[in-house]
Design a protein. Structure first.
Length: 478
């Protein structure tokens, strides 16, 4: 109880201080722009107020008032699952300031306490909405931003429309930040800790004089300032665009960890105002005040229980000889088909069918709605009781969704001919993400058993192909 009272007392003083400063600076305006209330959100997030603090300051979720006495309302009902489109632009003096080189769709599940981050590759070649041309995905926002007289909302609306085409997911909110702000936010936080998975060097990282510089990062945990974190996030020629998307997610999680760890005693009201000023300058969003506070309260109260899961699109499954990895739904077509550009397409699409997003929608559905498949790590064996070939190809098709297989003998012949395909599982509950995800692809029978039926590799899940599979391989729609 003493700790709760301390939170309330401390948060009340910060809240009152911020209100005084914001009114003095005339920062609170009648708008749904997130920047005008981000200072209040920082209070909620940094201090970990929860509903105790809401009560202590008499802040009602029906809306708050600005300095003119006008109520600033949220526009949308906060749902169980909330999709937030996060983009990063070059901004400032960048040679292409409005290209969204970072595109991440985040699904926040407030019931399961998961945040699923899906990076969409910037070089994915797409049809623009409304049959308005073609180009890379990172150019969609810029195309409509300039077409509509530098209208950010128009640009984000069209990008959100394209994201829905690709993933099947509606976008509830967006956050748009330029990279100059990215650096300043991290510097204001005192840097962030990043665990570099593998050492790498990039000899062609662009500098500010239209030339190149060499940057290097060594493997291991390190504290990065804003400039270092930006370079770590944006370096592309050292590894791949796919690796870069995962590094960007690493930095986002590091910022989140810094915001929500041990800042209660360390952060003064003045520091929070400094953060607020950085956000107001470099970040914009369509999140309304009520919506933002409700989200922040929920994320802030139980922040230690939220799990972040990263996914991306990549091309690891394109070749039949490839070692397929999660996200392997893309391929790189011949450059001469696209004027010499390096671009990517979704498997199954061609130059004449760019918008064939069947595979990307299936993949997005799994990683966003059943994000724990990979982490659950339930090993799978396939047993072919159909007496026809093709079971081996199913392995790579499943791996791209994050399903895991035993190290050995993950495909074998069943000891007998099976009439109907079936999935057996042992030692786990039917409500696990892995079982629920498998039900998206197989509409047949799932049977829970006490121990493996055929597997000698102690598989948790056994997929048994029956004679019905020989007649119709679409029974398993991976």
């Amino acid at each position: 109880m003493k700790k709760i009272f301390f939170y309330i007392k401390y948060s009340r003083s910060i809240f009152n201080y911020l209100i005084m400063v914001f009114k003095k600076k005339k920062l609170i305006k009648k708008t749904n722009n997130f920047m005008n209330i981000f200072g209040l959100l920082m209070v909620v997030i940094l201090v970990g107020l929860g509903f105790y603090v809401v009560k202590s300051v008499d802040l009602k979720l029906g809306g708050i008032t600005n300095s003119s006495g006008q109520t600033i309302e949220g526009q949308k009902e906060i749902k169980k699952e909330v999709n937030i489109l996060m983009v990063g632009r070059g901004g400032g003096n960048h040679d292409a300031p409005e290209l969204t080189d970072t595109i991440i769709l985040a699904k926040v599940n407030r019931i399961n306490k998961t945040v699923s981050l899906l990076s969409l590759q910037r070089d994915l070649y797409v049809n623009y909405p409304d049959k308005d041309g073609t180009g890379k995905l990172n150019s969609v926002y810029a195309h409509y931003f300039y077409k509509e007289n530098k209208n950010e909302k128009a640009g984000m609306a069209k990008l959100a429309e394209k994201i829905k085409d690709i993933t099947g997911e509606d976008v509830d909110y967006y956050v748009n930040v330029d990279f100059s702000g990215f650096k300043q936010i991290i510097d204001t936080l005192g840097g962030v800790e990043i665990d570099v998975k593998e050492s790498f060097t990039d000899t062609t990282y662009p500098n500010e004089n239209w030339g190149y510089q060499t940057i290097s990062f060594k493997k291991g945990l390190q504290l990065m300032n804003g400039d270092q974190a930006l370079k770590f996030s944006r370096s592309r020629h050292s590894t791949s665009d796919f690796d870069r998307s995962l590094r960007q997610q690493q930095v986002i999680q590091a910022v989140k960890n810094k915001l929500t760890s041990n800042l209660l005693q360390e952060t003064s009201p003045a520091k929070i105002v400094e953060l607020y000023n950085v956000f107001t300058k470099y970040l914009s969003t369509d999140i309304g005040v009520t919506d933002a506070i409700s989200l922040a309260l929920d994320l802030g109260v139980l922040k230690e229980n939220y799990r972040f899961i990263s996914s991306n699109f990549n091309d690891t499954c394109y070749s039949e000889t490839s070692v397929c990895e999660k996200g392997g739904i893309l391929y790189v077509p011949k450059r001469d088909l696209f004027g010499g550009q390096w671009v990517s397409l979704v498997n199954g699409s061609t130059t004449s069918t760019l918008s064939n997003y069947e595979l990307s929608k299936k993949y997005s559905n799994i990683v966003l709605h059943y994000p724990m498949v990979e982490a659950e790590d339930y090993k799978i064996n396939i047993f072919n009781g159909s007496k026809v070939s093709g079971a081996g190809a199913m392995v790579n098709n499943m791996k791209r969704y994050g399903f895991k297989f035993t190290d050995k003998k993950f495909v074998s012949n069943a000891p007998e001919t099976i009439e109907k395909s079936v999935i057996y599982y042992n030692g786990i509950d039917e409500n696990t993400d892995t079982i629920k995800a498998l039900k998206e692809f197989f509409k047949g029978e799932f049977i829970k058993i006490s121990e493996p039926k055929y597997s000698t590799e102690k598989a948790i899940i056994e997929i048994v192909l029956g004679k019905d599979y020989a007649e119709d391989k679409n029974i398993f729609n991976f």
